[in-house]
Design a protein around this ligand. Structure first.
Ligand code: URP
Ligand code: ZN
Ligand code: ZN
Length: 464
């Protein structure tokens, strides 16, 4: 069995930062102590000197869409390129989405998605299961799904035309089933009725350029959906998880629901923290179209405040990459393929703009990007911790390395980054997955298909 010693690194967990040596044997963390003497280092051990560097538990991107086939298109990143680009950014596990398909049970649809990733991904992965509609027998399907290692469901409160929306009349039934089975409900929250009303009010227009997108999907849609969902979940005394919170109003809804006793787990993503809708007036503005749309400065500030006051629980990316050519195929904001690449830049952006800017410390960053997603999605402590005996998923991170983000530096098949030009201080140097160095000093050493499916435990967030 191979071994690896990371010497003198500053090991970061939610509880503490301490300078220690960390020994990996095979795929697991074997021992952590102040210092290994030369005699204690196993023969043939690879030694990584990490003085002045942080050692993080591997980052978990809990919201990705690699190899998404949707809207008659396929994303630029498949499970191989998506996971490789994520690994360059210190991500060691991701959680992607399985769709629901007529003619397949939910467990079968999930298995099909799993097979698409296996043999391709270089990172370990778990899956969320989407539910677009209910049908007789779904309870048994959900039970079977849970048995297969899935701990949560995803619903959309919009995208009716695309067929992804779970009709509001079905929410309560699904919530009750999920509560009974202890499956966490996660939600893309935008009020469809309001979106359709706004759309109907603009039918006399002939052009809908990118900067019209925020007008068609204003923050009020997020507010309304979170209030409706939160009230229902509150009545049923169950928690729900809100994906990609984007706005000040959305965050206000979160606070109102919590003030009335509701339990919400809230995710945001770097683009709503770091970009704003001014980009939608730029040349090639299509590159910045995603759903919900980019917002105002005040929204960005509200989300940072939410992180600072611990009202937002974790950060993922909603990585959904298309090439510039794919993005530019339409100039109609409802038809431009929605989504942007993000996994590779998650950790460096949040370190530079979250930790360095003083919104939170590095321990909290590890909670937001690794420990909390692992706990919520049933992967802890194997993932998201530095506990002895668990998977050696590790990132050696240089807090001083200066990087200017640029399209050419990125490894996503999208070929661009929406964060081009942003100056960072702090960047991952080495990414280790189950004991194997897969990224070192800008080079990839992993193997296609080496990533494994991670059966999830029940969410450790109290489902009451
Ligand atoms: O625009 C986005 N976010 N595309 C991915 C699908 C979704 O809504 O999360
Ligand atoms: Zn979404
Ligand atoms: Zn998404």
């Amino acid at each position: 069995m191979g071994s690896l010693l990371i010497k003198n690194g500053r090991l970061v967990t939610v509880e503490q930062v301490q300078q220690k040596d960390l020994l990996v044997v095979g795929e697991k963390i074997k021992e952590i102590k102040d210092s290994f003497t030369a005699e204690e280092i196993p023969a043939g051990c690879t030694v990584i000197e990490a003085e002045g560097k942080y050692v993080f538990p591997g980052i978990i991107d809990a919201h990705t869409h690699y190899f998404l086939q949707s809207r008659n298109s396929t994303t630029a990143d498949d499970f191989y390129t998506g996971s490789v680009s994520a690994a360059f950014g210190g991500v060691t596990s991701f959680i992607d989405y399985a769709g629901q398909f007529t003619g397949l049970t939910l467990a079968e649809a999930n298995q099909r998605r799993r097979e698409q990733a296996e043999g391709e991904t270089v990172l370990d992965f778990s899956l969320h299961q989407c539910v677009y509609s209910l049908h007789p027998g779904i309870k048994d399907e959900l039970a079977e799904l849970k048995e297969s290692g899935i701990n949560n469901l995803k619903i959309f409160t919009t995208y009716r035309k695309e067929g992804y929306m779970l009709a509001e009349e079905s929410w309560e039934e699904l919530f009750r089933l999920a509560r009974e089975l202890k499956l966490l409900i996660t939600v893309h929250a935008e009020d469809n009725q309001l979106i359709e009303e706004i759309w109907a009010g603009h039918q006399s227009r002939t052009e809908f350029p990118p900067d019209f997108h925020p007008i068609l999907r204003p923050p009020q849609t997020e507010y309304r959906a979170i209030i409706k969902l939160g009230r229902l979940a509150g009545q049923l005394k169950m928690p729900i998880y809100i994906v990609h919170l984007s706005s000040r109003e959305g965050y206000q809804a979160v606070k109102e629901i919590r003030a009335s006793g509701g339990r919400l787990i809230v995710e945001t993503v770097p683009h709503y923290l770091l970009l704003n809708k001014d980009l939608l007036q730029e040349r090639q503005a299509q590159k910045y179209i995603m759903t919900p749309p980019l917002r105002e400065e005040a929204d960005r500030q509200a989300l940072w405040q939410g992180l600072q006051e611990k009202g937002i629980d974790l950060i993922a990316t909603d990585h959904c990459s298309f090439t510039v050519e794919q993005k530019l195929r339409s100039n109609h904001c409802r038809e431009i393929l929605p989504g942007i690449p993000g996994s590779e830049t998650l950790l460096p952006l949040i370190f530079s703009k979250g930790v360095r800017s003083g919104y939170f410390d590095v321990r909290r960053m590890i909670d937001l990007l690794s420990t909390r997603p692992a706990k919520v999605f049933g992967l802890y402590p194997e993932k998201g911790s530095l506990q002895v005996g668990t998977d050696a998923d590790l990132v050696v991170f240089d807090p001083k390395k200066e990087v200017r983000l640029a399209d050419a530096r990125q490894h996503s098949a999208a070929g661009y980054t929406p964060y081009a030009g942003i100056e960072l201080q702090g960047y991952p140097l080495i990414t280790i997955v189950r004991g194997k160095v897969i990224i070192k000093d800008g080079n990839f050493y992993g193997k296609r298909g080496s990533g494994q499916f991670l059966p999830a435990q029940e969410s450790s967030f109290d489902q009451g």
